[in-house]
Design a binder for this molecule. Structure first.
Ligand code: DD3
Length: 326
């Protein structure tokens, strides 16, 4: 069960005290104190999705008059907490039969945390994102991109203020793992929201580029090779230095379509079946680099396939343009 990486790095070096000290300024600490009771006012409307296997639940409701999405997730049990778990827990016997017995173990509060993500105020898009929906594969030509997808992207105001907050150190500054400040080839590398950083098994970081003029894979040309090589080289180097995970244990890729239109690259643990790693959405960075080397206009001219949800308005656009076989 435990990977070797886990044994070699029982504690991945991000302890609570270190996290609190590292550069958090005083108004962020106030934010944290004020956040302690935010969920007491949550009024549940519907369960959007839940999974017994993934041990998570996605909720839609209201948080003081605003629409909100709340995601609760039980996190994996860490090997380095076991001795404390066994010595410091209450144990209630449930059943005993011959050599078999089951218990309810009540661990100390700090070993019993639930990762909680709140989106508030949430848009209809946020709510829809977590509803289980049928998907359809679209094959988008370069021409489709220019006549259907690009106008659609421009007409939608996808909120990416959170991306600019990261680049301008207005949020998550203390979580940055590496930064190359160059305005042309630079980027910020930090843990993705989905990763709680408590174990390397589900390592997930994102590199967000400083340039603000590249929406997605579609905008890339050979001109961007220095940027892409820089992200691969320095991203892999800093993840090795910080977490001890070598390049051979990571998949480095871009999504098409991305969930936000500001160029970013995903770094996930190879052994982790992260969402969005299927061939219908993930494009390995090393393939992207080689494709651009072979053809500088590769991503302007080639067809790219991707799945769209039944309720996605971009799917409707493709249908109306007669670009979809139902
Ligand atoms: C997002 C895609 C976006 C809901 C959720 C996540 N990594 C983020 C804000 C800050 C972040 C991310 C949109 C939003 Cl749960 C709607 O992701 C983020 N910070 N992926 C980091 N580090």
């Amino acid at each position: 069960m435990a990977s070797t990486g886990k044994r070699e790095n029982p504690n991945i070096g991000i302890t609570k005290s270190k996290r609190q000290k590292s550069g958090a300024d005083s108004d962020k600490i106030d934010d944290l104190a004020a956040s302690e009771s935010v969920l007491s006012g949550f009024k549940l409307k519907t369960v959007l999705r839940d999974s017994a296997r993934e041990k998570n639940i996605f909720l839609h409701g209201k948080l003081d008059d605003h629409e909100a999405v709340v995601i609760l997730e039980k996190t994996p049990i860490r090997e380095d907490t076991l001795s404390e778990m066994f010595s410091g827990s209450r144990l209630k016997l449930e059943m005993k039969n011959d050599i078999y017995s089951t218990y309810q173990l009540q661990p100390p509060a700090h070993l019993n945390e639930i990762k909680t993500t709140v989106v508030c105020p949430a848009t209809e898009k946020h709510v829809k994102k977590y509803l289980c929906q049928e998907t359809f594969l679209v094959e988008e030509t370069g021409e489709d991109y220019r006549s259907i997808t690009l106008p659609y992207i421009k007409s939608q105001s996808f909120g990416i203020q959170w991306v600019y907050n990261i680049l301008e150190k207005k949020a998550e500054a203390n979580r940055i793992v590496y930064e190359d400040p160059d305005q042309d080839v630079g980027f910020v590398l930090l843990p993705d929201l989905k990763w709680d950083q408590k174990q390397l098994d589900n390592l997930y970081l994102i590199a967000i580029v400083h340039r603000r003029d590249i929406k997605s894979l579609r905008d890339l040309t050979a001109q961007h090779l220095p940027l892409l090589r820089n992200i691969r080289q320095k991203g892999e180097k800093s993840i090795l230095e910080r977490y001890g995970v070598p390049a051979s244990k990571m998949r480095v890729y871009l999504h098409y379509q991305p969930s936000y239109y500001h160029l970013h690259v995903h770094f996930t643990a190879l052994g982790y079946d992260a969402p969005g790693t299927g061939v219908e959405r993930a494009h390995l960075l090393s393939d992207v680099i080689q494709n651009l080397l072979a053809d500088p206009e590769y991503y302007h001219s080639r067809s790219l396939s991707f799945p769209l949800r039944a309720d996605d308005s971009l799917l409707r656009e493709f249908k109306e343009a007669g670009r979809l076989s139902t």
